[in-house]
Design a protein around this ligand. Structure first.
Ligand code: CA
Length: 247
């Protein structure tokens, strides 16, 4: 199976250079010059990786990346000429997996692309059931099959079809409300969520318990997904307000 790469870049010369160099390495390359074209191609072609220019006419790279992240888990490598925007790009507000500052060397870009695709490949192999001892080829083909029902955030993998969440290769043992809460946080990552809003959206209007319920469930989740639950880096407390999921 040939890996597909979508190049989103409005500068014709750079777009063509990228297309040429990626195709030469054997990737199937699609190109888009603006955001709407890019989103349409993502839906139609399901690329394995997106190379995304930040400054584009119409929808900019931030917005495209945010929209992509609602439904897709493929890696996004952001290209930017604005060094001051880097924190925002790699921050979970936008959700790019990596970035390169223009001008960059083609060699560096190709190395990053390979590394990102390799990371996805390893992850999929980890997720492949172990009982199957079929030859490598078969497992490779299967692991490359579309997995649009899986959402990846850092080392967390959300299998929305099976209602399961993995941390790396490890299946998290979550109660139904913990699953719903973590999914809800993930869908709204980077945003401050009040306890009241979480309670309403995860537990519903008719729930009689107070916001303390939210705190308790957050604590349980932290024990499962934080390296140090006492100093959480993923589910961050926003003092006096609620929580923010960092990824
Ligand atoms: Ca541009």
């Amino acid at each position: 199976m040939v890996e597909k790469i979508l190049v989103v870049e409005d500068e014709l010369a750079l777009r063509e250079t990228l297309e040429y160099n990626l195709a030469r390495l054997g990737y199937q390359v699609f190109t888009a010059a603006d955001g709407f074209e890019a989103l349409a191609l993502v839906d139609a072609q399901r690329p394995d990786l997106v190379l995304l220019d930040l400054m584009l006419p119409g929808l900019d790279g931030f917005e495209i990346c945010r929209r992509l992240r609602r439904e897709h888990s493929m890696p996004v490598l952001m290209l930017t000429a604005r060094a001051d925007e880097i924190d925002k790009v790699v921050g979970l507000e936008v959700g790019a997996d990596d970035y390169l500052t223009k001008p960059f060397s083609m060699r560096e870009l190709l190395a990053r692309v390979k590394a990102l695709l390799r990371r996805v490949q390893l992850l999929r192999e980890e997720l492949t059931p172990r009982e199957d001892t079929s030859p490598t080829m078969r497992s490779r083909m299967r692991s490359r099959s579309p997995s649009s029902e899986k959402l990846r955030l850092g080392d967390l993998i959300f299998d929305t079809t099976r209602h399961e969440i993995y941390r790396g290769a490890e299946l998290l043992h979550l109660k139904p409300k913990e699953y719903e809460l973590l999914s809800y946080l993930a869908l709204h990552r980077g945003r401050v969520l009040t306890r009241e809003r979480i309670l309403e959206e995860v537990w519903g209007w008719d729930f009689s318990g107070g916001t303390r319920t939210v705190d308790v469930h957050i604590r349980w989740l932290r024990e499962k997904i934080e390296d140090d639950p006492a100093n959480p880096l993923r589910i961050v407390t926003v003092r006096g307000t609620g929580y923010r999921f960092e990824g």
